[in-house]
Design a protein around this ligand. Structure first.
Ligand code: NAP
Length: 257
């Protein structure tokens, strides 16, 4: 049986290890027949990312630190050489200094503020621009990952919440720009999932407990559930959806008291 992404190609940015949301997205895309390229942020991650990519037949890997414009250029040149064209970009990258993810938001440093925005928000626009020539004429889909800390105060999420707000606004502006070219841009607002990045936010375990008690489904979501929605957003089944922030959070976002 062939999958609904058979014959399509995708680039997945943000795999650090097998717990990464990006890895769950990759598995879901590949399960539906998509051929994948991966990027790894640095030498430390290369071995792990290559090993994971080897599990998904036909995959290729390239380096890319998203703060380095020439590395983004090189990544898309390599993807172009490997695939010729690109249907899907999954952007699952975020970073803030550990000390900015605890305590008072008003103590955020200028450096920390800029770095969080550069990696977690601006990189989407930088990558979308490079993806354009490869997506032209394809049913292109760009998917990024966000969190409800962009709209509501989540203790200790601090500058990352501000960066996610910028990311979600970027999704809307990119969707408007790229819509006439047939390229869709959407965000998945995932509930908390135990990954390396998430554990950098002080008090993360308490957040998981809170959601499990409050969310309509009375549990947390899994990375696999997020991956399945990424596959949907990459597919023609979501062809009428762009500029959206889609919650995959066990329904937590609807809750008041
Ligand atoms: P993760 O496994 O730690 O993935 C984050 C990735 O971003 C890592 O591969 C990390 O590499 C990479 N990265 C950081 N700085 C980079 C740079 N300069 N260039 C290239 N890559 C860089 O964590 P995750 O939870 O799956 O995060 C994926 C996305 O989901 C993020 O946007 C996150 O905000 C979002 N999200 C997560 C949750 C959650 O609860 N886990 C909920 C909602 C949304 P390094 O390891 O080298 O830093």
């Amino acid at each position: 049986m062939s999958g609904f992404l058979e014959g399509r190609t995708g680039l997945v940015v943000g795999v650090a290890n097998k717990r990464s949301i990006a890895w769950a997205c990759a598995q879901a895309l590949h399960a539906q027949g998509m051929r994948l390229a991966f990027s790894f942020a640095n030498d430390r991650l290369e071995k792990t990312v290559r090993k994971l990519a080897d599990e998904l037949e036909g995959s290729v890997c390239f380096p890319c630190d998203v703060t380095q414009p020439e590395e983004i250029d090189a990544l898309f040149a390599s993807v172009g050489d490997a695939f010729g064209l690109l249907d899907t970009l999954v952007h699952a990258v975020a970073f803030a200094k550990r000390e900015e993810l605890a305590g008072n938001f008003f103590e955020t440093s200028k450096d920390g503020y800029m770095l969080a925005h550069e990696v977690s928000a601006y990189s989407l626009t930088a990558m979308a621009r490079r993806a354009l020539p490869l997506m032209e004429g394809r049913p292109g889909s760009i998917v990024t990952l966000t969190y409800i800390g962009s709209e509501r105060v989540v203790k200790n999420y601090n500058v990352m919440g501000i960066a996610k707000a910028a990311l979600e606004a970027s999704v809307r502006y990119l969707a408007y720009d790229l819509g006439p070219r047939g390229i869709r841009v959407n965000a998945i607002s995932a509930g908390p999932i135990r990954t390396v990045s998430a554990q950098g936010v002080e008090g993360f375990s308490e957040v998981l407990d809170h959601i499990a008690g409050m969310a309509p489904l009375r549990r947390n979501v899994t990375a696999e559930e997020v991956g399945d929605v990424a596959a949907f957003l990459a597919s023609d089944m979501s062809r009428g959806v762009t500029g959206a922030t889609m919650y995959v959070d066990a329904g937590y976002n609807i809750m008041g008291v």
